[in-house]
Ligand binder design. Structure first.
Ligand SMILES: [Zn+2]
Length: 60
């Protein structure tokens, strides 16, 4: 897992909503994101509604 910097590309295949709690995310605001790799090695971008959810997702 790696932290990534939000970029201007909106070409992510992120699901709508927080990856931890599922809360809706307003794409016009900045939110914590993270990237990891699926079993096929494909990168996946996760969005989080808050830093707390970001931390929870990262926790063991
Ligand atoms: Zn959340």
């Amino acid at each position: 897992m790696k932290d990534v910097t939000p970029s201007k590309t909106d070409d992510t295949d992120a699901d709508d909503g927080c990856a931890t709690c599922g809360a809706a995310i307003d794409a016009s605001n900045r939110h914590p994101i993270a990237a990891d790799f699926g079993a096929d090695g494909e990168i996946r971008i996760r969005l989080f509604c808050s830093q707390a959810c970001r931390d929870r997702w990262n926790a063991p």
